[in-house]
Design a protein around this ligand. Structure first.
Ligand code: OFO
Length: 165
């Protein structure tokens, strides 16, 4: 495996692990504040990020690289509102997308078409997750400070389908 690409993939493990921990922390906040639907949403998101991380770990190791499991910073847990929760969700997804785009760019620079091909799955995944985060954030902006709106948002989030790209 090309060392520069291996380094970027290992960095990506950190970003996926960080997102997984952040979403687990958001699930906890939602759970203890009575938003059980939102909690389930973020428990699931957290699991998904862990799967993304593991997929990278296995890929690196199978391609004669060496995956490194990182220490990660303590995630934020001081949220003020549902709106802030979903703002952080969108920021996190945009950050991860930028990092994935950078890997794609470097793959092309190094003519590493294997990793380029592998990363296409992440590109598609990010498109979907960003769309989900944006749509949910838009809904919360419409709801504003309306408590019954928050109740309905929490009740209905499990039925939410990501918009088609
Ligand atoms: Fe790993 O999918 Fe979003 O961040």
């Amino acid at each position: 495996m090309i060392p520069e690409i291996e380094k970027l993939l290992n960095d990506q493990i950190t970003y996926e692990a960080t997102a997984s921990a952040q979403y687990l922390s958001m699930a906890c906040w939602a759970d203890v504040n009575g938003y059980n639907g939102v909690a389930e949403f973020f428990y699931t998101q957290s699991e998904e990020e862990r799967v993304h991380m593991t997929k990278l770990v296995k890929f690196i190791n199978e391609r004669s690289g060496a995956a490194v499991i990182p220490a990660i910073d303590k995630p934020r847990d001081d949220f003020k509102s549902l709106l802030e929760l979903f703002e952080i969700f969108l920021e996190s997804e945009e950050f991860v997308t930028a990092k994935i785009n950078n890997i794609i760019y470097e793959c092309l620079q190094h003519k590493d078409y294997n990793v380029h091909n592998f990363m296409q799955w992440y590109v598609a995944e990010q498109l979907e997750e960003e769309a989900t985060a944006r749509t949910l954030l838009d809904k919360l902006k419409i709801i504003g400070g309306d408590k019954s709106g928050h109740y309905l948002f929490d009740r209905d989030i499990s039925t939410f389908q990501a918009p088609e790209e």
